[in-house]
Every structure is written in structure tokens, then in C-alpha cells.
Design a protein around this ligand. Structure first.
Ligand SMILES: Cc1cc2nc3c(=O)[nH]c(=O)nc-3n(C[C@H](O)[C@H](O)[C@H](O)COP(=O)(O)OP(=O)(O)OC[C@H]3O[C@@H](n4cnc5c(N)ncnc54)[C@H](O)[C@@H]3O)c2cc1C
Length: 399
């Protein structure tokens, strides 16, 4: 097994707190301004991504030696949480992009093709998407129907993908497929296909309850390219060491941001109520104290697992991911956070009452609630819980 190329930089050569202030400024002045329209029209948040590109945030996780910011996973989590407070769809797109960048940073720095790609990503602020879900396998990441066909230096592939977030806008897409037409479903590779080298025939539209701005339509993806675009590390290793923990951490971080914004709206509502009856603590203030406690617990859980992953990465030892304990805790975090976000937004709605229920109120929680329900489906919680049940049965050590 190869060693990991990790991004655990602590000294990033600039003030991270200042960067986070910039992220909040972009959030307030750009993401929040367009969030309602992005949601209503289910359109790509182009203003948000113009601003994030301008701030060079698309290469935040790329190591400084390639011109990136060299942020670590703890810091990326904080950026995702900040963005989540202003527009859930923009934050989700940013998080999904970061997952793909991390796959390259951790697993492909031995490849001259991918080293050049990292330079290009920084210079052009390229946006990366992912096609793992497939018609026939659903949300099972560990099996593919489609297969890559290699002839000389060239590969070609066709994948029927029912969901590719921002597939119509992304510059590049990471596609999982079987290593060859003869390979079993679980012998998978991850391949980068680049705009200009693929065609995406629409399969389905994206008119959903929430995360509408992610524009996660279905496509039949047909691509060709050079074999150097096939990731040098087998997909099962990429999944265990990077895609699985990184996804759940950045998703849970942005869900925390959405939940925090709901609590902030509830706080503003309670303050306005309290001003009407000076000297009295409104009943809604008790509810606010309760929901704030749940938010704190959610944030603490995310930060705790993020730090654990950061420490594992610092060991620079793929063997550290062999045990089931960390995978089980990662899965638990995802399932719990996807439930907490619904609970928190629901409590905030109870506090804001009809003002939160209205679409046309400054306290509206409609978008937060609709986005919140998507969290349990992004790799279905039942699928995750069943996996944990299986791991717990064979896991021998106490943890
Ligand atoms: C906002 C959003 C963005 C997304 N973006 C992308 C993207 O960019 N790229 C991408 O590839 N995918 C993406 N997805 C897809 C996502 O990650 C899941 O793969 C997909 O939602 C699963 O679809 P499903 O619920 O129909 O399928 P399944 O996960 O197959 O679930 C269907 C049903 O079957 C049950 N089920 C199936 N298998 C099992 C099992 N083994 N154990 C227990 N229960 C099981 C589930 O509980 C559920 O009831 C996105 C999803 C969302 C909501």
C-alpha cells in the first residue's frame, strides 16, 4: 500500500482568521444575497463561485508547493461551516469540490499528470465534480456497473449517472468505474474526465425539495482520454482513507452552518419579541436555550471527529485506517448530524412560528428545512447504519 501524501499544514503562511473573515464577508455580500433566487430557480450559484474563485478558495486544500493555500481538514471544515450559514447549495458544491481535490492531493502526487493538474487547478480555479452513484448500484459506492476500456494510451468509458451535482457546470468530473470490462463490480478505479473530453447527455432533471442550487441532474457520461488520468491508487483505498471520512466531515460541517443560521434567525426573533415586553423572558427564549445546546453538541461532535482525522492523516500511515473503529465513528457522525440538522431547524421553526413558516418573511426557515432533509439521503442513513451493524459484529476491540 502506498503512503499518503497529506495536507496537514499548520503554518499556512498567512492569517487563517483573516481568511475566515473574508469567507464570511463573501457569504454575507454574495451567497446570502442570491441564495433565495438560486433556491427558487434551482440554478447554479454562479455569483458565489465567481467570488470563491476570486478569493482562490477552490485551491484552498492544494498544498502551497503547487500554489494553493495548503489549508488542512480542520480549516476546510471551518470554511464549509461558514459558507453553510449563507447558502446551503453553495456550501454543498464547495464541500463536494474539496472532497475531489483531497483525493488528488492525498493519492496522486506521485503522478506527473496529477502534479500538473494541481498547478492547473490553482491557476484556473477549476471546479471538480463526482460521479459515483450509478443506475443499477444506487448509492453503493463500492460497486460499479460501467467499466473503463483501455487501448494503448487511450481509455474510454460510458456511465449512466442518475445524480451528478453541478455536472452541467463543472470543469472536471471524477468517475468511478470497474478497472476493466472483465473486472468484478468491486474492483474499481477513479478516473478524471475533463470538459472537452466528455459529453453529458441529460438523463433526468433536478427539481427537488432542497439543495436545489446543486443542480444534481442525471447524465449519461461518455468520455475518452489518456491512461494517465486513471488515478494511480485503487478506489477502495481512496474511499477508506479520503473520500469517506472527508465527505462526512465537510458535509457535517456545512450542515452545522445551516443549523447555526437557523438558530441565529431564532435568536433575532426572540430578541425582537423580548423588546415588546421589557423585563419578561419570553417562553421562546427557553426554547432558544434548548436548541442552542443541541447546536453546540452537533458542532462539538463534528470538530472532535475532524481532529481525529487530522491526527490520523499526520501519522502518514495508510495502515492507521485499517481498523473499523474510525469508520464506525465517521458513519455515526454522519447519521447523527443528518438528524440533528432537522431537529435544530425544526426547533428554530417552533420559535419563529408563522414568521418562520412563511416564504416571504425575513425569518423564513423554509429553505433551511428543505435542505436539512437532504442530509439523511446523501448516502442513505439506512445503508450507513447497516454497514455499521456489519462492522460492529466483526469488530473485536472495545473503542
Ligand atoms: C443533494 C445531493 C447531491 C448529490 N450529489 C451527488 C453527486 O454529485 N454525485 C453522485 O454520484 N451522487 C450524488 N448524490 C447521490 C447520493 O450520494 C446517493 O448516492 C443517492 O442519493 C442515493 O440514492 P437512493 O436513495 O435512491 O439510493 P440508495 O442509497 O440505493 O437507497 C434507496 C433505498 O434503498 C435502501 N437501501 C439500499 N441499499 C441498502 C442497503 N445495503 N442497506 C440498507 N438499505 C439499503 C435505502 O435505505 C433506501 O430506502 C447526491 C444526493 C443528494 C441528495
Amino acid at each position: 500500500m502506498k503512503t499518503l501524501e497529506l495536507n496537514t499544514a499548520i503554518d499556512i503562511g498567512f492569517d487563517f482568521d483573516e481568511l475566515l473573515r473574508q469567507v464570511h464577508a463573501v457569504g454575507k455580500t454574495v451567497l446570502a444575497v442570491h441564495a433565495a433566487e438560486v433556491d427558487r430557480d434551482a440554478r447554479f450559484p454562479k455569483e458565489a463561485f465567481a467570488a470563491l474563485r476570486h478569493t482562490k478558495l477552490l485551491s484552498a486544500y492544494v498544498p502551497t508547493e503547487f500554489g494553493g493555500m495548503g489549508l488542512n481538514i480542520v480549516q476546510i471544515g471551518q470554511v464549509c461551516e461558514a459558507l453553510g450559514q449563507y447558502c446551503g447549495s453553495s456550501a454543498m458544491i464547495y464541500a463536494m469540490h474539496c472532497i475531489q481535490v483531497a483525493c488528488v492531493v492525498h493519492h496522486a502526487q506521485d503522478s506527473s499528470y496529477y502534479r500538473n493538474y494541481l498547478w492547473e487547478l490553482v491557476a484556473d480555479q477549476r471546479l471538480m465534480a463526482s460521479a459515483t452513484t450509478e443506475i443499477g448500484t444506487g448509492g453503493d459506492l463500492r460497486s460499479s456497473v460501467c467499466a473503463i476500456e483501455v487501448s494503448g494510451r487511450e481509455f474510454k468509458l460510458t456511465k449512466k449517472a442518475p445524480v451528478i451535482s453541478y455536472g452541467g457546470t463543472a470543469d472536471d468530473i471524477f468517475v468511478t468505474c470497474r478497472r476493466s470490462p472483465e473486472s468484478p463490480a468491486s474492483d474499481q478505479v477513479q478516473v478524471l474526465v475533463r470538459r472537452g473530453e466528455f459529453t453529458a447527455e441529460p438523463l433526468s432533471t433536478w427539481d427537488t425539495m432542497g439543495f436545489r442550487g446543486t443542480c444534481s441532474s442525471g447524465f449519461t457520461l461518455t468520455a475518452a482520454g489518456d491512461v494517465a488520468q486513471i488515478m494511480p491508487t485503487p478506489f477502495d483505498e481512496i474511499l477508506t482513507q479520503t473520500m469517506h471520512p472527508y465527505s462526512h466531515i465537510v458535509w457535517c460541517s456545512l450542515w452545522t452552518g445551516i443549523a447555526a443560521d437557523a438558530v441565529n434567525l431564532a435568536r433575532s426573533f426572540v430578541r425582537a419579541e423580548a423588546r415588546k415586553t421589557p423585563g419578561e423572558t419570553p417562553i421562546s427564549a427557553i426554547r432558544l436555550a434548548e436548541v442552542d445546546r443541541v447546536l453546540q453538541e452537533m458542532r462539538h461532535n463534528v470538530q472532535s471527529l475532524t481532529r481525529e482525522y487530522h491526527e490520523l492523516l499526520k501519522q502518514n500511515d495508510p495502515e492507521a485506517f485499517r481498523g473499523f473503529g474510525f469508520s464506525i465513528r465517521t458513519n455515526n457522525l454522519k447519521v447523527t448530524c443528518s438528524q440533528r440538522i432537522v431537529e435544530i431547524v425544526g426547533q428554530a421553526l417552533l420559535i419563529c412560528g408563522i414568521s418562520g413558516y412563511r416564504n416571504d418573511s425575513k425569518f423564513s426557515l423554509a429553505r433551511h428545512l428543505r435542505d436539512a432533509y437532504g442530509a439523511a439521503l446523501m448516502v442513505n442513513n439506512d445503508r450507513i447504519t447497516k454497514l455499521n451493524a456489519t462492522m460492529l459484529m466483526v469488530h473485536k476491540e472495545a473503542f
